[in-house]
Design a protein around this ligand. Structure first.
Ligand code: GDP
Length: 297
């Protein structure tokens, strides 16, 4: 128990010293908390101690995440002139698109992160709130990307634009955005291509699309299972695309998404939604409390 006590103290102080709880720290903590629980139960020691310890750890971690989220949301806040004092309440731009403004949301991320799936989930989310939403497929890199978006969009009854013959993603995204702007859509979501890793070519393409369609918001889609790689990946994408929000996917599986907190800290950008499955409605609004609870058990 003495050894466990030492490890626990070390783990807690390492968390206190972190600006954010990263994947490694959360895994270490998880392991320590589990072994402490087991040891206490075996020795018939009171289980309340475990609960107190967990509560203490959560109490330290949660405010850090809430503070990070709040700070980074304020940088991407939407100012509603009609909201009066309520404007003080922080509302992320991407959480409340306005009717009649043709807001363009561009999605970026590595191949396989879940961009195409998330585009349709997001479209469905806005559609259910009464907004007129359309999807543009600017992924000309991955074979079958347009077919996938087309299938998803059709299932979700969301109008879409793409091409089997045009190979220039900048041209396609511009055509799509112009078409849906002219048709007065409220939200136009542009799905861009990814690569297996961060590449200059991908970042160059992203910048060109951004220059062409001038998105109101760029969203990074991050695979929840990538662990510590989240920090470097989000930093690189931030530099190239200056995204204003993060969506973490695949949190229905084994991944607890601790790495995503490092991404928030590294880029000062908030998480807005979580992907929790492969289906249309598997999108949850991000909230620090349940996220941290899941992370630390
Ligand atoms: P893209 O290359 O970034 O566009 O990624 P896709 O949208 O094609 O997604 C890659 C794979 O991840 C697909 O098989 C999706 O069904 C799956 N996927 C995406 N989001 C989630 C999620 O939140 N949970 C689970 N379990 N699978 C997901």
């Amino acid at each position: 128990l003495q050894d466990l006590g030492r490890r626990l103290t070390a783990a807690i102080s390492s968390v206190s010293g972190h600006s954010a709880l990263d994947e490694q720290a959360s895994l270490a903590l998880d392991a320590v908390l589990k072994s402490v629980s087991a040891a206490l139960l075996e020795s018939d020691v009171n289980v309340a101690l475990v609960k107190r310890t967990r509560d203490r750890v959560k109490k330290q971690v949660l405010p850090q995440l809430e503070e990070l989220q709040a700070k980074s949301t304020s940088a991407n806040q939407d100012h509603d002139p009609l909201a009066g004092n309520k404007a003080k309440q922080l509302i992320h731009k991407a959480m409340q698109p306005v009717k009649g403004k043709s807001q363009v949301i561009m999605m970026v991320g590595l191949q396989g992160a879940g961009k195409t799936t998330t585009c349709t989930k997001l479209a469905t989310h806005y559609q259910r709130r009464g907004l007129k939403v359309a999807l543009v497929c600017a992924d000309t890199f991955r074979a079958g990307a347009f077919d996938q978006l087309k299938q998803n969009a059709t299932r979700a009854k969301v109008p879409f634009f793409g091409s089997y013959t045009e190979t220039d993603p900048v041209s396609i995204s511009l055509q799509g955005v112009q078409k849906f702007r002219a048709e007065r859509f409220d939200v136009i979501i542009v799905d861009t291509s990814g690569r297996h890793r961060q590449e200059t070519e991908l970042f160059h393409e992203m910048e060109q699309i951004q220059d062409a369609v001038e998105p109101d918001m760029t969203v990074l889609v991050l695979d929840g299972a990538i662990g510590q790689a989240a920090e470097a990946q989000s930093r690189a994408f931030k530099e190239a695309s200056n995204f204003g929000a993060i969506i973490v996917t695949k949190l229905d599986g084994h991944a607890k998404g601790g790495g995503a907190i490092s991404a928030v800290a590294a880029t000062s950008t908030p998480i807005i939604f979580l992907g929790v499955g492969e289906h249309l409605h598997d999108l949850e609004k991000f909230s620090p409390r349940p996220f941290v609870s899941k992370l630390l058990g």
